[in-house]
Design a protein around this ligand. Structure first.
Ligand SMILES: [Zn+2]
Ligand SMILES: [Zn+2]
Length: 194
């Protein structure tokens, strides 16, 4: 499999919605999101047609992938990847997920807000992380969630992009590429695609 032909086909939403503001500072532009996604797609060796969506202007319900998918019904073909700064689960959850995927509908959400902070004491989110680290984390989480969308489950190899990362430190240590076994599963998935 070569590089993806058209890794990103549609950016849903207007240009005005495409800059992420973290703590009042413009920290990421459209380029950062598309670059991180393209990098993840390439590492998975997939040829994805992806719809990307940023922010949750149109959606005010609890953040779950199906919420976005429903809001975009008819406008999205193929996998949907949503970047958000909202909590994906209740604040009271023990761990905050960096992303959530729903393979049944082909949609995943990535929580950029959580990724943009440094890990503080006792799991509390700390100060703003540098932009290059945020981009790396974003690519890793995108690779992980896309892996779920093509049917991968969690992997025990700590360096594999499909390993569970329960903390930002774990995420920073995790690799961006799938391990050999997971790569084999992705290839098997690709063979079943038309
Ligand atoms: Zn996962
Ligand atoms: Zn693996």
């Amino acid at each position: 499999m070569g590089p993806p032909e058209r890794p990103i086909s549609t950016w849903v939403g207007g240009e005005a919605q495409l800059t992420l503001v973290c703590d009042g500072v413009r920290c990421m532009g459209r380029r950062d999101f598309t670059d991180a996604t393209a990098e993840a797609v390439e590492k998975l060796g997939l040829s994805f047609r992806l719809a990307l969506m940023e922010l949750d202007v149109a959606v005010r319900e609890p953040v779950q992938p199906h919420t976005y998918y429903r809001a975009l019904e008819g406008r999205v073909r193929g996998p949907l990847l949503v970047f958000t700064t909202r909590l994906l689960v209740s604040e009271w959850a023990i761990t905050r997920p960096w992303g959530l995927a729903q393979p049944q509908i082909g949609a995943a959400v990535v929580d950029v807000g959580a990724l943009s902070r440094e890990a503080g004491l006792r799991g509390v989110l700390g100060r703003q992380a540098p932009l290059d680290r945020l981009r790396q984390r974003l690519a890793k989480v995108v690779a992980h969630e896309l892996g779920h969308l093509v049917g991968l489950t969690h992997c025990r190899k700590a360096e594999c992009c499909m390993a569970l990362a329960s903390s930002l430190q774990n995420l920073d240590r995790r690799g961006l590429s799938p391990c050999r076994e997971c790569t084999g599963r992705i290839r098997a998935y690709a063979r079943t695609c038309p």
